[in-house]
Write a protein that binds this ligand. Sequence first.
Ligand code: ATP
Ligand code: MG
Length: 253
Amino acid sequence: MKTIAVTSGKGGVGKTCLTANLGLGLKKLGIRPMVFDADLALANLEVAMGVRPEATLQHVVVEEKSLAEAVTEGPGGLRLIAGGSGVPMLMRAGPKKLSLIFDQLDELAETTDLLLFDTGAGLDTRNLAFLRRADEILLVTTPEPASVTDAYATLKTLFRYKKDASVRVVVNMAANESEGEAVFGVLRQIAKDFLKKEVSYAGCVRRDPTVPKNARKRTLFLQSSPSSDASQDVMKLAGVVEQFLQNRGELVA
Ligand SMILES: Nc1ncnc2c1ncn2[C@@H]1O[C@H](COP(=O)(O)OP(=O)(O)OP(=O)(O)O)[C@@H](O)[C@H]1O
Ligand SMILES: [Mg+2]
């Protein structure tokens, strides 16, 4: 089982939307994904997926349930490990509570090829723990300068804690493909010049009104608007993710 953390510097750039829809896209490609709410302060994914989980990470950290028992089935059969919202035990989870979660991840491997962590924005110690645990990092930015600057700040901290981090950039809410490439080009260059690190490009998702429309209805755009721009882009992204996992020779088909 491979793990990918979806993260960003600035908040509200679309991590949760992308994680859920990318999860569904990967499922369509025949991969067995699971999405995991690693934002331990606010329960994001269950809202985006329109489910009401019976078991969450909250039950896992008090050892009422195992991690495998805390799986919720979501739209299109996409499976989810839900977080908690405003649960002090999770929001302030220290290394002991976190290792209770991390030590059980391998138990998901029997049913899962790929685990996608939806992290919170920024780099607190909990987010960083998930980024360190992940095999790959998808760094989400929008074309907005503040978002790119914050993405760079995230890279700077990330590489300090994880020198060999494998980072792929997703430009969300791009006007078009060339804007996505241009924004990636800027971020790539500053990472190269100032951090002496290479980051690669996973692709872009265009700004698309069907995304917030589905978010309001708590549905996944890939399911209800499969031919929208955002859905086309997410399927392309799913193909890229599938490919880089296969190229590493680590995803068992
Ligand atoms: N490609 C897109 N086009 C238009 N709107 C989008 C797109 N992607 C995301 N959005 C909108 O941006 C808002 C934020 O998305 P989301 O909650 O997924 O961000 P986030 O990065 O998870 O935020 P947070 O940092 O608070 O966890 C939502 O209203 C969503 O509908
Ligand atoms: Mg979120």
